[in-house]
Design a protein around this ligand. Structure first.
Ligand SMILES: Nc1ncnc2c1ncn2[C@@H]1O[C@H](COP(=O)(O)OP(=O)(O)OP(=O)(O)O)[C@@H](O)[C@H]1O
Ligand SMILES: [Zn+2]
Length: 615
């Protein structure tokens, strides 16, 4: 019996297409490990895996392709080796690299039938989205947070892309809340991590991403005071390693700064004023407390215990930084330390410092374990969510492989609602999306002679009919607009515009402007009697839509029409009354939304395919 008998039976005619498909998986972490196993067992013929990271101890609980002996090895390479054992007939290729590297250019992306994203950050997701749109390759995008998961199918020109909707940005806090008026543990944790730790051991950083400066103008005087405080702290840093270093730091941030804050009576009319701490008193109270208390990460340390961990971790970090700096006499920039939730020295310092500050402001103290979650922005990664999400990715890929995109869905995994798996119809592209609401083309450039003027005059104005009002932009900024013509005589090489980078042309005509034009650069030496900058083929650039319809009340965001009408979601009762159909898999859920059993009835008619009903 062949190892693929059941897969063949399940997939019917689709199986041979899957066997021939060459696919790409980006990210071999939580979702990636599960997904790779599914892809290999499904029988996808050739799978390429890209991941930039190495295996960490904390990955092992859920990234089951990795074992203890693989720690510090490349995720992509180990994932390939482990998964190859599941199905030796599959061709696997692994790259220990960043997907943003230039080797992974548009032509390389064009070599794949489908791309799967199993990433953990916005930046890489956006990049792959853009590359798949440029290469016109379908993308299955996925992500999980805790018990929630999501799978989105993205097909150029047919569905929304990853960037059609604005994404939530990480939470920020007004500087004054963090530095002067904290009211929650998270405020003290952000203070310890992004202010005190960086001032002491990192690059002094008023621009930490957690800080929101939008209210600065209202509090100009206080902001000025805070700057002075930072400068004073910085001069204390110069005495790092001295006997009284801990006292100096402590008295600065837990006594002097607090006394100053306390003296601003207006601030405390409606709030409890902060109470400074006493170094000598705490030194006495902490006598006999072993620094090993820091290993008790599930208990909430007492005030004296926090003090002991503060002194000990300050010593550990100081000696690390001084050792590093002693070695970098020749280096351009002095060594610094950065916070890492998995680095105990940095975490101990942040946990103790945050708790001492909480005590001052009458805020609840937290265990080191809790602080690790909050400081690392960690939402626990749950293996089951990853596994289910990876399964849903493959089910959606079948629809893409059948070239029946109208059946593909946006699928959600949720724990709070009555149903664990919910789906929504895919929406068509947002015409105003700055990524896919654009015309895409290649721009062939002869680097030996092409100038920006060649693009402006020969291609945009003469060939494509642009008027005078347009701009040319890249990642760095604007290269040309009617008021910025200094670059016209410069070559593409001088402007740093290289193969596989992008230029965006924005039409600024008031009347009926064209959609943005995204040009991906390909360098090529062109015959001397031809133009040095060319667009291949004929381009018809559409005009921008006139009006954006307002979002509708039923939640169809961006005012998009849907590819097909939205289906009303079936209620749980309706579901429970449905008979399991022959040849279908039906999942039954209890009222808490947990899967209680699944019924599989095999039907060998119709080329032996079992249709998986995930409507
Ligand atoms: N630009 C990129 N190029 C290639 N791989 C990337 C890129 N950005 C992220 N990744 C990979 O995507 C994977 C995402 O997996 P996951 O979300 O499980 O994160 P993790 O780092 O393994 O775990 P955790 O963040 O929970 O410690 C990681 O293995 C990461 O290395
Ligand atoms: Zn888009």
């Amino acid at each position: 019996m062949g190892r693929d008998r059941f897969v063949r039976q399940s997939l019917g005619a689709l199986y041979s297409r899957i066997k021939q498909a060459r696919i790409l998986m980006v990210g071999a972490g939580g979702i990636g490990c599960e997904l790779l196993k599914n892809l290999v067992l499904t029988g996808f013929g050739e799978i390429h895996i890209v991941d930039l990271d190495t295996i960490d101890l904390s990955n092992l609980n859920r990234q089951f392709l990795f074992r203890q002996e693989h720690i510090k090895k490349s995720k992509a390479l180990v994932a390939k080796e482990s998964a190859a054992k599941f199905n030796p007939h599959i061709k696997l290729e692994a790259y220990h690299a960043n997907i943003k590297d230039p080797q992974f250019n548009i032509e390389w992306f064009q070599g794949f039938k489908i791309v799967f994203n199993a990433l953990d950050n916005l930046d890489a997701r956006r990049h792959v989205n853009k590359m798949c749109l440029a290469a016109d390759v379908p993308l299955i995008e996925s992500g999980t947070t805790g018990f929630n998961g999501q799978v989105q199918v993205i097909v150029k020109g047919k569905t929304e892309c990853y960037d059609c909707n604005t994404k939530e940005t990480p939470k920020t806090f007004p500087v004054c809340t963090i530095r002067s008026t904290p009211s929650q543990s998270i405020h003290c944790i952000v203070w310890a991590k992004s202010y005190l730790f960086t001032e002491m051991f990192g690059t002094s950083d008023d621009e930490a991403p957690e800080f929101d400066h939008s209210e600065d103008t209202e509090n100009a005087k206080e902001i000025e005071n805070l700057r002075k405080e930072s400068q004073a702290l910085n001069s204390i840093r110069q005495s790092m390693g001295s006997v009284d270093f801990a006292r100096k730091v402590f008295e600065k941030v837990y006594k002097d700064d607090i006394d100053r804050l306390r003296s601003m009576e207006d601030m405390w009319k409606t709030r409890q004023p902060p109470a400074p701490l006493n170094f000598d008193g705490l030194s006495k109270a902490a006598e006999g407390i072993s620094p090993s208390i820091a290993q008790q990460d599930q208990t909430t340390w007492t005030e004296a215990e926090n003090f002991a961990v503060f002194c000990d971790s300050l010593k550990r970090l100081s000696s690390r930084l001084q050792k590093a700096q002693a070695q970098d006499a020749e280096a351009a920039a002095p060594s610094v330390l950065t916070f890492d939730k998995d680095d105990d020295d940095t975490l101990d310092f942040v946990a103790a410092c945050a708790n001492l500050r909480s005590i001052i402001f009458g805020i609840e103290r937290r265990s080191k374990f809790d602080i690790k979650q909050m400081a690392g922005n960690i939402i626990p990664a749950i293996a089951t969510t990853n596994a289910m999400t990876a399964g849903l990715c493959v089910l959606q890929a079948f629809k893409v492989m059948r070239e029946d995109i109208t059946k593909a869905k946006m699928v959600f995994l949720e724990r709070s609602g009555a149903r664990v798996i919910n789906s929504d119809t895919l929406k068509p592209p947002n015409p105003n999306c700055s990524v896919c609401g654009v015309m895409q083309s290649r721009l062939i450039v002869d680097p030996s002679r092409a100038t920006l003027n060649d693009l402006v005059e020969d291609v945009l104005k003469t060939q494509l009919g642009y008027g005078d009002e347009f701009s040319i932009n890249n990642d760095v900024g604007t290269l040309y607009d009617p008021d910025l013509d200094d670059n016209l005589s410069k070559s593409f090489v001088d402007l740093g515009v290289k193969t596989d980078s992008f230029l965006t042309v924005i039409d600024d005509e008031e009347e009926n402007p064209r959609v943005n034009l995204s040009l991906s650069i390909s360098e090529k030496s062109l015959p001397g009697d031809t133009k040095p900058v060319q667009v291949p083929g004929k381009l018809h650039i559409a005009r921008k839509p006139k009006e954006v319809p307002a979002p509708t009340a039923n939640g169809a965001s961006n005012g998009h029409a849907e590819i097909t009408g939205t289906k009303r979601k079936r209620s749980l009762e309706e579901d429970s009354q449905r008979e399991p159909k022959r040849g279908k898999i039906q999942m039954n859920f209890n009222t808490d939304g947990f899967l209680i059993n699944d019924v599989v009835i095999a039907d060998d008619q119709n080329d032996g395919a079992i249709v998986i009903d995930d409507d």
